[in-house]
Design a protein around this ligand. Structure first.
Ligand code: GDP
Length: 292
């Protein structure tokens, strides 16, 4: 994560995406299945305008499958086809091409009827915020031995098409979007999953947020992973009860400072590292019906 988003960068990113969109039939909006709302660009509707769009929830291997089903239903209600994949492991990735083709079929039939378009592979662009897995997905779709098909007239210099099984062509560079910074909870959720640079964060604050958001919903996973006895916090609005969970984790993991007190920063690091690596199981940080 090296991108620092300032207004100028956002404008430039948006222009770059709009330029690429002119070359494609459809967009693949890539989101993180653990934070589908927080990993979404706030202006995505305006940026993609009417471009046919497939919403893809990536890293589904790390997300709670029940929540992922709810999110898929929510995006479909919103009018966008949506599927869940694991770009790193490959699960679900093959389905993307078929879905994109379905998405653009009506439009292409209309154009074919008017004699406008020659039959050709459908062209698509992947868009998403940093760290959602755009490069991983492009590599996965490209597959072994994939060759870029070379510069074409009308294609910005340097951009190439990657053939995906003869049925789809993908621009080899994704569109990079920014998250919704104005909302502090969005920033915190992105921090919990490790998609915001550590240096600009307070580790304890992020871990506190993680416990507050997840300890009740996923208490069994917390208790099992860290060997915690007793129940979840009764009231997560009470900061002392939230910190108490962190202290219990710290004590179990030997994160202590002089006097036998818990080193909260160390405990926070332990919790976040395990959470991000999926050691607590499959966890989703937000549900479609959360007020936001
Ligand atoms: P980009 O910034 O959007 O291009 O994201 P990358 O493709 O660089 O991926 C960011 C990180 O997420 C890398 O460490 C990937 O290995 C990891 N990653 C990508 N897709 C998946 C996935 O489906 N599951 C898991 N567990 N990790 C993934």
């Amino acid at each position: 994560m090296t991108i620092q988003w300032f207004p100028g960068h956002m404008t430039r990113a948006r222009r770059q995406i709009e330029e690429k969109l002119r070359l494609v039939d459809a967009a693949i909006e890539l989101l993180d299945a653990r934070v589908p709302h927080s990993s979404r660009n706030p202006m995505i509707g305006r940026i993609l305008r009417g471009k046919p769009r497939l919403v893809v929830l990536n890293k589904a291997d790390l997300a709670d499958p029940r929540s992922t089903e709810r999110w898929i239903a929510a995006f479909r209600d919103e009018g966008h086809d949506c599927i869940a994949v694991d770009a790193a492991g490959g699960r679900g990735v093959k389905e993307i091409t078929a879905r994109v083709r379905e998405l653009v079929a009506p439009q292409r039939e209309r154009m074919a009827a008017r004699g406008v378009v020659k039959p050709r592979a459908v062209r698509a662009l992947i868009v998403g915020i940093p760290n959602v897995g755009k490069s991983t997905l492009i590599n996965r779709l490209a597959g072994r031995g994939a060759a870029a098909t070379g510069d074409r007239p009308g294609v910005t210099k340097g951009q190439q098409w990657i053939k995906v099984g003869g049925e789809m062509e993908l621009l080899d560079t994704p569109g990079i979007l920014w998250p919704k910074f104005e909302d502090q909870a969005v920033g915190m959720r992105l921090a919990v999953i490790g998609s915001i640079r550590e240096e600009i964060l307070n580790l304890e604050e992020v871990a506190f947020f993680a416990v507050k958001t997840l300890a009740v919903k996923y208490w069994d996973a917390f208790a099992q992973r860290f060997g915690l006895e007793g129940g979840p916090p009764e009231d997560v609005e009470d900061p002392e009860q939230v910190v108490d969970v962190l202290e219990r984790i710290g004590r179990k993991r030997g994160c202590l400072i002089s006097g036998g007190r818990v080193d909260l920063e160390k405990a926070s690091g332990v919790l976040l590292r395990d959470l991000r690596a999926g050691k607590l199981g499959r966890i989703t940080l937000e549900e479609p019906d959360d007020s936001r």
